[in-house]
Design a protein around this ligand. Structure first.
Ligand code: FUB
Length: 698
């Protein structure tokens, strides 16, 4: 967490990939979303855990909203969100209480290149909330607050509508919902203020027998709204309809019940009403989170609703997190009720972590639980208890993955089950399947910090095209899934496109003919490959077929014992030639095998006093010989790297040798027991500098 704060302080935007909730690095509520320069910016309020009171002091309420500053977040795809850090703090507001923790729901609009940020704050002098405005030249601030709050606008939850004719209106919640025209300067309301009597509350806000004080208020009450508690107005225009949308408590409170907020709306042909109440946009949260607060916008032809829920804080509904879902309209302009989802919106690239617990739909028996109840920001997992359980996740983009890709999945399971990832639904084509049993847990896993989750991989069996939905099914005992990811395999080799090649800048030879792996069943351990073993086996033509006297051709087949093996012309994309990956790509045995690799290098003249410098994982043997004029002498290996070793460049060097004018053949045999075999080789001169003046011809 410390690193994270430091990054924000230093001004590094923090990328957050998201389903619902969309912000994972902090609590955030009341998300007002706006489009500026083709990007969506979300201005939420920033819930924090209330600081503990100093001994002997009352401090801030521990069970109430607590907000000391604002961040802004942006996204172009509604999936990847960047936190731009703090844009305004309570200490920066001259008229506000610097320790009030009352920076509630804000809004931001742009006019003539200036950004106007409207925010409520507890007043330094007197009681209650004022609403201030801060300005900036960029949507991500820094914002500078005006020295005074806006006159006549006392309350919370400001929202500003910039109408098509350029006229701005401000709406806020203060003894009902009020609205007023803003002056052209965007910092003052237009029109006279009226004296208004503070309503007497039970228990009283004025001394016994006295009338509560009057105060000056701007604008007008929004008419036509239903009875019941209302706050958080958000007004937008679509066509010639104005929509006044607001959190609303529709339930009966008279019997001491405590019904929670819905999101509701009214429509009008006039920005200040009167309004025609239409009903609900979103029902009460099913877990009794008391507040909801929202904004609605159109982005790239689709309408979205941003709202909040207390996902990361299930026992304290004053610490909330923003969500997004799609919203749609009927032909008459009324709003179709939104059913909140965990999947949210946006397309998830297959090669990013897909949090399957943020599902689109699921079978009823699937449960979603926190990974860590003490640190809820570690997210959730889905548990599929039976063979018929399934979880579906919509809109995964497979275009970034190749058919050689593989599935990585973080699971927790009883022994002997299989997780299947299918396309579309529980009967769809299998994209990949991961058997989970004692053997795979021993041979193919990495434990996470808790020591109970396994990260398993499996090859792709089928690659859906473009954007498709996925569905996971458990095919045995209960299985829990945290996330899955479909990864592109790195391209270790390229096909050969030119008749000749050069060594790379550091002199490493990347172009080779490689023979498919020869079975070497006794090679259980790399320790076996002693000097004597190597001589008896790799240097023994009776045991290992040598690729001489002629250079093999691409596609040429050879027989060894019962194996029919093929030579492949390859160009390594890295300085080290990854034999293990070569075998894996061909879907041949990768362990307990032996590889032959051969290449031809052509020199314009003799290059004397060079050494062959090689490294390999595991043991290897090296030969260099002129293609013509082969002698018994040069048939001997020039270098042997024996036993269990990692690949290190220039790990071993041959004696001095001469690369002959004309063609020279360089070949090696590399054995792989249980490791990840590869090799690198180059020629170096007397000073250890790479020799590069030759051509590779295969
Ligand atoms: O976030 C503090 C307050 O809770 C907001 O201002 C209200 O709209 C409610 O969401």
């Amino acid at each position: 967490m410390k690193t994270l704060n430091l990054m924000i302080l230093l001004g590094f935007p923090l990328a957050i990939t998201a389903q619902n909730p969309i912000i994972h690095n902090q609590f955030a509520a009341d998300p007002t979303a706006r489009v500026f320069n083709d990007k969506v910016y979300v201005y939420p309020s920033h819930d924090i855990i209330p600081p503990k009171p100093e001994p002997g002091q009352n401090g801030v309420r521990q069970d109430w909203f607590c907000m000391a500053d604002y961040h802004v977040f942006s996204s172009e795809n509604l999936t990847d969100w960047t936190d731009h850090g703090v844009i305004l703090s309570q200490e920066d507001v001259q008229w506000g209480n610097p320790a009030g923790y009352s920076m509630w729901a804000p809004d931001c609009v742009e006019k003539n290149g200036k950004y106007y940020f409207y925010f409520p704050d507890g007043q330094k002098i007197g009681r209650g909330f004022g609403i201030g405005v801060a300005t900036a030249d960029s949507p991500v601030g820094p914002f500078t607050a005006e020295p005074e709050p806006i006159k006549g606008v006392s309350g919370i939850d400001p929202c500003v509508l910039l109408d098509n004719d350029g006229q701005a209106y401000i709406y806020w919640s203060g003894m009902g919902i009020r609205g007023a025209k803003l002056k052209d300067n965007m910092k003052e309301v237009d029109g006279e203020l009226q004296a208004m009597q503070m309503p007497q509350r039970p228990g009283g806000n004025a001394p016994q027998g006295q009338t509560p004080p009057a105060f000056m208020v701007a604008g007008q009450q929004m008419e036509g709204l239903p009875d019941g508690f209302k706050e958080g107005p958000f007004v937008f225009r679509r066509g010639d309809w104005y929509y006044l949308t607001f959190p609303w408590v529709r339930g009966d409170t008279s019997n001491g019940a405590n019904p929670t907020e819905t999101l509701a709306y009214a429509m009008s042909k006039n920005p200040l009403g009167p309004w025609d109440f239409k009903g609900i946009i979103m029902a009460e949260h099913s877990n009794r989170c008391w507040t909801n607060h929202h904004s609605i916008l159109e982005y790239k032809g689709q309408w979205y609703i941003f709202y909040h829920h207390n996902d990361y804080s299930p026992r304290d509904d004053k610490r909330r997190s923003p969500h997004i879902d799609k919203i749609a309209f009927n032909a008459d302009g009324t709003i179709i009720e939104v059913k909140p989802t965990l999947r949210g919106v946006g397309v998830t690239p297959a090669n990013s972590r897909i949090e399957i617990d943020r599902f689109s739909t699921k079978s009823d028996d699937v449960s979603i639980l926190f990974n860590d109840t003490l640190n809820t920001f570690r997210g959730w997992h889905a548990t599929l208890p039976s063979k018929t359980s399934w979880v579906r996740y919509n809109d995964v983009d497979f275009s970034s993955v190749n058919a050689n890709g593989y599935l990585t999945v973080c699971v927790k399971a009883n022994a002997n089950t299989t997780l299947k990832v299918r396309e579309r639904d529980a009967k769809g084509k299998v994209i990949a399947q991961v058997p989970i049993n004692v053997v795979s847990q021993m041979g193919n896993f990495r434990r996470d910090m808790s020591g109970r989750w396994l990260t398993l991989t499996a090859p792709l069996l089928y690659l859906p095209k473009g954007i498709s939905d996925i569905c996971i099914t458990g095919e045995g005992d209960s299985i829990s899934v945290d996330w899955l990811q479909i990864k592109k395999r790195p391209e270790y080799f390229s096909s050969i496109s030119s008749p000749t090649a050069s060594p790379d800048e550091q002199g490493f030879i990347r172009r080779w003919m490689i023979l498919e792996p020869i079975d070497n069943p006794e090679a259980n351990s790399n320790l076996l490959f002693s000097f004597t073993y190597m001589q008896d086996n790799l240097a023994n033509p009776a045991k290992l077929p040598k690729p001489l006297p002629n250079m093999p051709r691409d596609g040429q087949k050879v027989k060894h014992d019962k194996q029919s093996l093929t030579w492949h012309a390859t160009e390594s994309n890295t300085y080290n030639v990854r034999l293990f990956r070569f075998a894996d790509l061909l879907q041949k045995a990768t362990y307990r095998v032996c590889f032959w690799a051969v290449t031809t290098i052509e020199c314009e003249e003799d290059i004397p006093n060079v050494r062959l410098a090689a490294g390999s994982n595991g043991a290897s043997m090296w030969w260099v010989e002129p293609a013509e004029g082969k002698t018994a002498e040069n048939d001997k290996p020039v270098l042997m790297l024996e036993s269990d070793r990692r690949m290190v460049a220039d790990d071993g060097m041959s004696n001095r040798l001469t690369l002959k004018k004309g063609r020279n053949i360089v070949r090696c045999a590399v054995v792989n027991g249980p490791g990840l075999s590869d090799f690198c080789v180059r020629f170096v001169d007397e000073k250890g500098k790479p020799v590069t003046k030759y051509t590779i011809k295969n």
